[in-house]
Design a protein around this ligand. Structure first.
Ligand SMILES: C[S@@+](CC[C@H](N)C(=O)[O-])C[C@H]1O[C@@H](n2cnc3c(N)ncnc32)[C@H](O)[C@@H]1O
Length: 196
């Protein structure tokens, strides 16, 4: 999977990595920035998603579709789709461009709007990547966990670099008897929860 990344996907990944790096030095306003995961987190997500049990893949916080592309590598291998949610119009436009240019459209269902309005209807979730505003992590966790299949994985970004903000949510997952959870020190810190 990681040895055979399609050329068009690699090209778009490089382009978005450059935009994201420029955002960070140009002092682009926060809501306009792409705020993407680093490549090592992308590889981690692809490997976890490839081995997830049978079920549906979702992502909360698409931005320009960079993390979606990594997870989609697992979708190509498993011949399945990911549903990804994004609230901002400009990010939706960029994400559409990403999936079109990298020829991944058949693997991605992009939904515009507040993910919380749709999550109750997302059943049999076997893989979820949570990477939206940190204030909504707990709401999303509460909506997704009841709909996860046994062995399904929920991975939440920024568990180390934004630990102080996320502490209440992280503490809740660590004592939640419905999941086994831990923080993996990769990228910005990934909280990994496995449904029991
Ligand atoms: C950190 S960025 C996501 C980066 C992306 N996962 C990546 O690594 O390429 C967070 C994104 O979540 C989106 N977002 C915030 N709140 C949301 C909500 N309630 N529903 C859907 N998307 C939301 C933001 O607009 C932003 O684009």
């Amino acid at each position: 999977m990681l040895h055979n990344i399609p050329e068009l996907v690699k090209k778009r990944m490089k382009y978005l990595e450059k935009l994201d790096a420029e955002d960070r030095v140009n002092k682009t306003p926060r809501m306009e920035r792409l705020r993407q995961i680093p490549p090592e987190t992308g590889k981690f997500l692809a490997i976890l998603a490839a081995g997830a049990p049978k079920g549906n893949f979702i992502e909360i916080g698409t931005s320009a579709g960079y993390s979606t592309m990594w997870i989609t590598l697992a979708c190509i291998e498993r011949d399945c789709k990911i549903t990804t949610f994004e609230i901002l119009e400009e990010k939706i436009r960029l994400a559409k461009e990403t999936f079109q240019q990298s020829k991944l459209e058949e693997y991605v269902n992009l939904i515009g709007g507040d993910a919380r309005d749709f999550l109750k209807a997302e059943k049999n979730v076997s893989f979820c990547f949570l990477d939206a505003e940190k204030e909504i992590y707990e709401d999303c966790y509460d909506l997704v966990v009841p709909n996860m299949v046994k062995g399904g994985l929920l991975v939440a970004d920024n568990a180390i670099n934004l630990y102080d903000v996320l502490k209440p949510m992280i503490d809740k997952t660590l004592v939640d008897k419905r999941v086994d959870a831990l923080i993996v020190p990769i990228g910005k810190g990934e909280l990994v929860c496995r449904k029991i």
